[in-house]
Write a new protein. Structure first.
Ligand SMILES: Cc1cc2nc3c(=O)[nH]c(=O)nc-3n(C[C@H](O)[C@H](O)[C@H](O)COP(=O)(O)OP(=O)(O)OC[C@H]3O[C@@H](n4cnc5c(N)ncnc54)[C@H](O)[C@@H]3O)c2cc1C
Length: 424
């Protein structure tokens, strides 16, 4: 990381999990200069995971689960500006422009702009609004629009069998809404989990009353009275619905970086950064959902883009340590970002926890019987333990995290007995 003078002005774009953590950590680690944290949203920085979980069951005007109390930013000397969207980066002048025409100078700029919901190509523009029955779920505003719509709905269609679509499906089915989830691929959560875990959750969601359609694509919607009234699948079948939630994936918000001429990673899709989270411009860093970084947990240290709280928060901590170390003159910042990736998802009563990356996995070892509702899968790349997927077995998750972090790979056969602790 290049030197950051102690009076340097750091501007952070995005006050989500990564941006908010970076701002307070930078100060805690001793950076003395100005820290400006811009948020395009009006709400104080809040936790995103509850939006598809507990928060959905509450009232639309329930207070958001804040990341920290609002005065904490002032106390940390962080200038948090809500409702301010950055619209351009002038790299030569080291300035950010905002939607209201302000120009904000920076010495160091951090892109923490997260991701947006991928647009639903099967919905025409005039129906692509909550008023016409189309919803996505990324932000507090999205959740606040969705809650009353769900409360009034009898039939819900969900596009996408990924983590967020399934969490919403579990909630809706439990609330007595006739829920159909349409997934284009042959299995659920295919980008995130092994086939055995996909199968387990398919059975669970079906048992809870969700009509899951695999290998099925929503091609179009049908309208009545200016609203979405049904979805039409590729085979011509129509499924009537009062509302449609599109949960077909997230797209990293990279447009500012692109317009400023910064490189993207073509495979992973985010703003390309190095092992210190610097873009090709040493004055600009990127982290969290919008960044593609070289991961020591991926084969050949390839660049990946992860969408998880752990990744955003750990990258923020890493960057804060590196930047503040330079401003204080100390030299103890870690050389490269190497935190173990982990993630969780709550679907109905089931808890899925994942640690490590499965990109290079060539063999899965099962611990426990999926029929019991509690089991884990350990993914091996050759002889090396690469990841764990634990379903309702939090102890396996914790133990495997320790093994992974320590770089230990006990022989696969020794790990298969669910009665013997992994830590043993
Ligand atoms: C519904 C939902 C459920 C989730 N559940 C889980 C879970 O169970 N476990 C888990 O690990 N992860 C979960 N995630 C993912 C996790 O929330 C994200 O990985 C994490 O929030 C990423 O943090 P971030 O700081 O990169 O981006 P974000 O938290 O998305 O924050 C980015 C912020 O930048 C703002 N912004 C964007 N552009 C600009 C601009 N030009 N100017 C100013 N501000 C801008 C955005 O408005 C946003 O507020 C979930 C996400 C969602 C949406």
């Amino acid at each position: 990381m290049s030197t950051l003078p102690s009076d340097a002005r750091v501007v952070i774009l995005g006050a989500g999990h990564g941006g908010a953590q970076l701002a307070v950590d930078l100060r805690a680690k001793g950076h003395a200069g100005e820290i400006l944290l811009l948020s395009a949203e009006d709400a104080p920085p809040y936790q995103r995971p509850p939006l598809s979980k507990a928060y959905l069951s509450g009232a639309a005007d329930a207070p958001p689960p804040l990341l920290r109390a609002l005065p904490a930013y002032e106390k940390a000397g962080v200038s948090l500006r809500l409702g301010v969207r950055a619209t351009a980066i002038d790299r030569r002048a080291r300035r950010v422009e905002t939607a209201t025409g302000e120009r904000l100078a920076y010495d160091r700029l951090v892109l923490a702009t997260g991701a947006r919901a991928a647009p639903a190509p099967f919905v025409p523009a005039d129906l692509a609004t909550p008023a016409a029955g189309l919803f996505t779920l990324r932000s507090l505003a999205d959740a606040r629009a969705l809650i009353p719509a769900l409360a009034a709905a009898r039939r819900l269609a969900i596009a996408g069998g990924g983590l967020i679509g399934l969490e919403i499906a579990a909630h809706a089915a439990a609330a007595g809404i006739a829920t159909t989830l349409v997934e284009a691929g042959p299995r659920l959560m295919a980008r995130s989990v092994s086939p055995a875990v996909s199968d387990f959750f398919l059975a669970r969601h079906r048992a809870a009353g969700v009509a899951v359609r695999l290998d099925a694509r929503i091609e179009a919607v049908e309208r009545a009275d200016g609203r979405i009234a049904a979805v039409r699948l590729g085979d011509g079948e129509t499924i009537a619905c009062d509302l449609l939630v599109s949960a077909i994936g997230a797209q990293p918000r990279t447009e500012l970086a692109e317009a400023a001429g910064l490189g993207l990673d073509r495979w992973a899709g985010g703003v390309a950064v190095d092992a210190k989270l610097a873009t090709e411009d040493p004055a600009i860093h990127a982290l969290g959902d919008c960044a593609a970084f070289p991961s020591p947990w991926a084969p050949d240290q390839m660049r990946v883009r992860l969408e998880s709280v752990q990744n955003a928060v750990d990258q923020a901590r890493f960057l804060a340590a590196g930047l503040a170390t330079h401003s204080s003159g100390a030299q103890d910042a870690p050389a490269a970002y190497d935190a173990l990736p982990w993630f969780w998802s709550d679907q109905g009563a089931d808890k899925l926890q994942i640690a490590g990356l499965s990109l290079g996995v060539d063999r899965w070892v099962a611990r426990g019987d999926p029929g019991s509702g509690r089991f884990s899968l350990l993914g091996f790349a050759g002889e090396s333990l690469a990841c764990v997927e634990a379903v309702n077995r939090p102890r396996d998750f914790m133990d495997a995290r320790k093994l992974l972090a320590a770089g230990e790979s006990p022989p696969a056969a020794a790990l298969a007995d669910p009665e013997v602790r992994l830590a043993a």
